[in-house]
Write a protein that binds this ligand. Structure first.
Ligand code: NAP
Ligand code: MG
Length: 403
């Protein structure tokens, strides 16, 4: 079989620990034999980030801006323990945080679903994608603990001399208070990313806040979404898609009763909480994909899980591991498919679909990694190790490709 050609390189961001091991195996077994892979490679492994004072992460994000599509392996976000383990010069920031702020993007998380793993919510038939606004609100708050009686005020001093002041509360005794903010710019980017991704994946967008209570703050989110939507309305109509806004509590009730198959755009805190609920209800963290979409349509695909440290240390001791590579494979297929769509390469798009189908064939026949065994029903699961799992997928991929 002749290998599939690419015209534009993917931005490839390598990572750490067990996912770095899987990364190479996935390329060697499932991609390089079939695709004349072109990538611009950035090693975001912790050693390289430390050696370059984290410039490599910034360069990788800049390359993503230039080429438009990236695929990223999970990476360690250093903490105190990692500082000594890797003898780091600094506690470098989370690469995902750095890339997200440079691309000004929104993260969309979608579970990979299969018939033999039923979601905890019976009515859910299709995946639910959570879009979490990743800027501001309580995550950039300021707080005060009031020791006793006093007045708390919210004051805005405009650069143009405009001044606004409101009393938050007149404390009779001790208490707590908090100030939060968001910016029109960030909310607007969030809205663009959501509508772009909806058109891309042909799904409705649900957006929820609490604007009946928060008549200025949450109301601003709703207004901006309504305004931005006008730029996408005709595309939505052409594709038969819907954008609808509802209160967060109503959204929660509707989501539970729904069949799934839509994008749920959430404010920062709601998204934090709801994404954990939705991902747990769908089964396994190892089956959760993630894509960062910038408001100007740049894409970075990855798995939602981390570097699976516990498995890596087993691997280093020479013990067998059974680590699920599904989400990392789907990061690759997502990126290859998007590259194929942008470059007009139907062969590449077809390959990405066939690789995903080969993954589904494998799981549907009950060949799984250990994490899925207890979740399966209707087929007798057979647990295999990390490498065997990929080889089983390869066999089925070759069959599908007629190779
Ligand atoms: P994790 O790597 O997601 O793993 C937590 C546990 O979940 C694992 O020990 C394993 O459970 C299970 N698991 C996760 N992915 C799996 C897979 N593909 N196959 C099978 N089981 C899987 O989270 P963590 O241990 O909290 O974090 C490890 C490192 O990853 C940290 O340094 C963190 O900074 C980093 N991290 C990176 C990203 C990212 O780059 N996007 C995201 C999150 C965390 P069992 O041990 O029970 O088998
Ligand atoms: Mg959380």
């Amino acid at each position: 079989m002749e290998k599939i050609k690419m015209t534009t390189p993917l931005v490839e961001m390598d990572g750490d620990e067990m996912t770095r091991i899987l990364w190479k195996m996935i390329k060697d077994e499932l991609i390089l034999p079939f695709v004349e892979l072109r990538t611009e490679y950035y090693d975001l492994g912790l050693e390289k980030r430390d050696a370059t004072e984290d410039r490599i992460t910034v360069e990788a994000a800049e390359a993503t801006r230039k080429y438009g599509v990236a695929v990223k392996c999970a990476t360690i976000t250093p903490n105190a323990a990692r500082m000594s383990e890797y003898n780091l010069h600094q506690m470098w920031k989370s690469p995902n945080g750095t890339i997200r702020s440079l691309l000004d993007g929104t993260v969309f998380r979608t579970p990979i679903t299969i018939p033999s793993i039923s979601p905890a919510v019976k009515s859910w038939k299709k995946p639910i994608t959570i879009a979490r606004h990743a800027y501001g609100d309580v995550y950039k708050n300021v707080e005060i603990r009031a020791a006793g009686a006093g007045v708390a005020k919210l004051v805005f001093e405009g650069a143009d001399g405009d001044r606004q002041e409101v009393v938050v509360h007149e404390f009779k005794g001790s208490g707590v208070l908090q100030g939060m903010h968001n910016t029109d710019r960030s909310i607007t980017s969030f809205a663009h990313s959501c509508f772009k991704f909806a058109i891309d994946t042909k799904q409705d967008v649900w957006f929820s806040t609490k604007d009946t209570i928060s008549k200025k703050y949450d109301a601003r989110f709703r207004e901006i979404f309504d305004e931005v939507f006008e730029q996408y309305r005709s595309d939505f109509e052409r594709l038969g898609l819907e954008y609808f806004y509802t209160l967060i509590d109503d959204a929660v009730a509707r989501v539970i009763r729904s069949e799934g198959g839509f994008i749920w755009a959430c404010k920062n805190y709601d998204g934090d909480v709801m994404s954990d609920m939705v991902s747990t209800a769908f089964g396994s963290l190892a089956m959760m994909t993630s894509v960062l979409v910038s408001p100007d349509g740049k894409y970075e695909y990855e798995a939602a899980h981390g570097t699976v440290t516990r498995h890596y240390y087993k691997h280093l001791k020479g013990e067998e591991t059974s680590t699920n590579s599904m989400a990392t494979i789907f990061a690759w297929t997502g990126a290859l498919r998007k590259r194929g769509e942008l470059d007009g390469l139907p062969e590449l798009v077809r390959f990405a679909c066939q690789l995903e189908d080969a993954c589904f064939d494998t799981l549907n026949e009950g060949i799984v990694t250990k994490d899925l065994v207890s979740l399966m029903h209707g087929v007798e699961p057979r647990a295999v190790n990390s490498r065997e799992f990929l080889l089983e997928i390869r066999k089925r991929l070759e069959k599908r490709l007629g190779a």
